[in-house]
Design a protein around this ligand. Structure first.
Ligand SMILES: NC(=O)c1ccc[n+]([C@@H]2O[C@H](COP(=O)([O-])OP(=O)(O)OC[C@H]3O[C@@H](n4cnc5c(N)ncnc54)[C@H](OP(=O)(O)O)[C@@H]3O)[C@@H](O)[C@H]2O)c1
Length: 323
């Protein structure tokens, strides 16, 4: 099995994270993620990104476990991330919820556990689907949730903790909380050439928080809308650079991200694309080319979860005031 040639990034927890991970959000066929994760491991991915709410943790576990058992990969060489869902923000729920993810992933520790969103959701059935009408706002403070996540590190269930979809104000408030035992090591947020997210990236860099770009190919949220989405992979700036380097548009976009200094978790269930998305370390874009791609920014955010726009701590306030 291919061993990973992907560089690592140092986290403020002292652990290292491979800069390219394999994303596993997928709404489609049963076992598709299991089979695709198997391919991802075979072509050299060692960082896998999932979430409780994706309902793909068990399939990720089903891909990883046989590879560990047959000796083709060691658990210690893997970097497994999953995320705490919004209906489990109450501090009393956090450990049990994490243990549920551990059981599904068939592992006894997580490399990274992220609070998936800053806002909490109340629901009689906490397993209700994300678009269910039964969900209601909750006033649980993400700082209280964070303190419960800190306990998971102390108990050895989780090596590193971080957040996702936090804006600058929310990060500042978290960092200013009294007696914080751990700073967030990672903020996983949307970044791609049509949504360059510069201010948040600069703030995270200043605070030594590693950014992981989700929807790095700009294709998130397609399953939730019938609107045609702009296709970065057909943008003339990107296709021209792809021709220059004899690479695919996706490889150029991912290389741009790495050149800007953050980490990415592209998702594909197509074996040839899974492989391509990792083969981005045999070329580099010039500073000018990185700037040119960054100039494509059009503040186009694919993942908005606007169903939650009136919830306290919905993070994309500029979207909620626009609607
Ligand atoms: N924290 C959060 O709130 C959050 C939100 C969204 C996503 N995420 C994470 O980020 C991961 C990636 O984001 P995403 O799935 O939204 O979007 P994405 O990675 O930007 O795009 C995925 C789409 O791009 C296609 N694709 C992949 N590689 C390609 C290539 N080389 N050439 C052409 N098309 C390609 C895939 O098609 P095929 O699969 O058909 O090949 C899929 O339709 C998720 O899986 C999840 O792990 C996190």
């Amino acid at each position: 099995m291919a061993s990973s040639k992907v560089p690592n990034m140092q986290l403020n927890s002292g652990h290292e994270m491979p800069v390219v991970g394999y994303g596993t959000f997928n709404l489609f066929k049963e076992n598709e993620v299991r089979d695709a994760t198997r391919v991802a491991l075979e072509v050299g991915y060692r960082h896998i990104d999932t979430a409780w709410v994706y309902k793909t943790e068990a399939e990720v576990g089903d891909a990883i476990t046989p590879k560990i058992q047959d000796g083709s990969v060691k658990r210690s060489d893997l970097f497994i991330t999953t995320k705490l869902w919004n209906t489990y923000h109450h501090p009393d729920d956090v450990e049990e919820h994490c243990r549920d993810s551990l059981a599904k992933l068939q592992t006894d520790y997580l490399d990274l556990y992220l609070m998936h969103w800053p806002f909490a959701v109340a629901a009689e059935d906490k397993t209700a689907w994300i678009l269910s009408e039964s969900l209601k706002p909750s006033d649980i403070d993400y700082i209280d949730t964070w303190r419960a996540m800190e306990e998971l590190v102390i108990k050895g269930l989780v090596k590193t903790i971080g957040v996702s979809n936090f804006n600058i104000q929310q990060l500042k408030r978290l960092l200013a909380a009294d007696n914080l035992r751990y700073k967030p090591a990672v903020n996983q947020v949307e970044v791609h050439p049509y949504y360059t997210n510069n201010e948040l990236l600069d703030y995270c860099k200043q605070e030594n928080i590693v950014v992981t770009a989700y929807s790095p190919l700009g294709k998130g949220g397609a399953a939730y809308t019938s609107q045609p989405l702009p296709n970065i992979l057909e943008d003339a700036v990107v296709t021209k650079l792809a021709a220059k380097y004899n690479k695919s548009p996706a490889q150029v976009v991912l290389r741009w991200a790495i050149g800007r200094g953050y980490t990415v978790v592209p998702k594909s269930v197509t074996p040839s694309r899974i492989k391509d998305n990792l083969e981005i370390f045999d070329f580099a874009l010039t500073e000018d080319e990185i700037r040119t791609i960054s100039g494509l920014d059009r503040n186009f955010k694919c993942v908005t979860l606007d169903k939650f726009k009136d919830y306290p701590e919905y993070p994309f306030t500029w979207l909620s005031t626009k609607k």
